[in-house]
Design a protein around this ligand. Structure first.
Ligand code: PLP
Length: 374
């Protein structure tokens, strides 16, 4: 067994996440660990909640980071809102829609599937049809930014349709938060989760979530106990508190230093300004696109539905795609992503997320890709 410390290489992360972590965030991680009920820490928790409200564009009081990765935020939304026997309309246009279906079924609910081609957005007309055909449906669940393809769906329209039919919504914004507009209150979304390792450029392992008053009411009206003790919002709230510090009680030991990191990531976002961050991602996408197209390569997703932060590039005929990725990693310390599931071997996924969405990274990536492909 080794007795040596682990020192990872310095990579440039331009895959589907994690993205490059800002040095200020890495520094924040190394600050002294204090107790999870220390009044100073509790004050910082309140700031994190306020900063997350800013990032999600919401006034929702129930806004907090789950102490686990994006998949746990997803699971928190499903286990709290879906009870055995509930019908949930699940929109599937990539890997993460599949995972939503798994969640519904594991909660004892019935998933009513609305399927679209991988690379296309969720079709609101199909969702409307499903809502009309299933008047008892309780929830509509969809992924705003499908990381497996790079397609963005129209969250405002989908949430509006769900509301018209008396349904709650569960929305995945893991890849969108901080990169493209996420407007929780304007959309009227009910349960929204994200991740820290994409456009927030924080380390992986935390999942910001936010719940509307309608969602809180639905959780309060449950007939059964939430099957997950760890993710039961009624219990987690006891620690994160709705109104402030006074009544907080131990639920689990919070990941203290990762929360310093998230705080720093959100301060950086606030300094830049949310709209400026969205504009930077859009500008960087345009720059990457110019270079990719100049190399004779093309994008997998239609321009109208393309995510600036996740660029799916079609792999040219006859190219050994895995060899390209491994050469980029070995020779240029550059990570880009492979295709997932049915997209394996068909696309590369080039991330421009958070701190990774910079002109320097784009120039390095285009230069390295050109060298490896020629
Ligand atoms: N949802 C989407 C759209 C994602 O891209 C990811 C991760 O890539 C997840 C959920 C799961 O997040 P995590 O890997 O942090 O558990």
């Amino acid at each position: 067994m080794t007795t040596q410390s682990f020192h990872p290489p310095e990579r440039t992360l331009m895959g589907p996440g994690p993205s490059d972590v800002h040095p200020r965030i890495l520094e924040a991680l190394s600050r002294p660990t204090i107790g999870h009920l220390d009044p100073v820490f509790v004050e910082m928790m309140e700031e994190v909640k306020g900063l997350l409200q800013y990032a999600f564009r919401t006034e929702n009081r129930l806004t907090l980071p789950v102490s686990a990765p994006g998949s746990a935020g997803m699971e928190m939304c499903f286990v709290n809102l879906v009870e055995p026997g509930d019908q949930v309309i699940v929109c599937k246009n990539g890997v993460f829609g599949n995972r939503m279906q798994e969640n519904v079924e594991r909660c004892g609910g019935t998933a009513i599937l609305v399927e679209d081609e991988w690379g296309s957005p969720v079709d609101p007309a199909k969702v409307e049809e499903a809502l009309k055909a299933n008047p008892d449906a309780k929830v509509v669940a969809f992924v705003h930014a499908e990381t497996s393809t790079g397609a963005q769906s129209d969250a405002a329209t989908l949430c509006g349709l769900a509301r018209e039919h008396g349904c709650l919504t569960i929305v995945d914004t893991v890849t969108s938060l901080g990169g493209t507009p996420v407007e929780v209150d304007a959309w009227g979304a009910d349960a929204v989760y994200s991740g820290t390792q994409k456009c927030l450029s924080c380390t992986p392992g935390l999942s910001p979530v936010t719940f509307s008053e309608r969602a809180v009411e639905a959780i309060g009206n449950r007939k059964t106990k939430v099957q997950s003790w760890f993710l039961d919002l009624n219990l987690v709230m006891g620690y994160w508190g709705n109104e402030g510090g006074a009544k907080r009680a131990y639920h689990h030991t919070a990941p203290i230093n990762p929360l310093y990191a998230l705080h720093e990531a959100l301060v950086i976002l606030r300094e830049e300004g949310l709209e400026n961050a969205w504009a930077r991602h859009a500008r960087m996408h345009e720059a990457l696109k110019a270079g990719i197209e100049a190399m004779g390569l093309s994008f997998f997703v239609d321009e109208a539905h393309r995510l600036p932060q996740l660029n799916s590039v079609t792999i040219p005929e006859g190219v050994d795609e895995a060899r390209v990725r491994s050469r980029l990693l070995e020779q240029y310390n550059l990570e880009i992503g492979a295709g997932l599931g049915p997209m394996a071997g068909k696309i590369w996924r080039i991330g421009l997320m958070g701190h990774s969405a910079s002109a320097t990274n784009i120039l390095n990536c285009l230069g390295a890709l050109d060298a490896v492909l020629s």
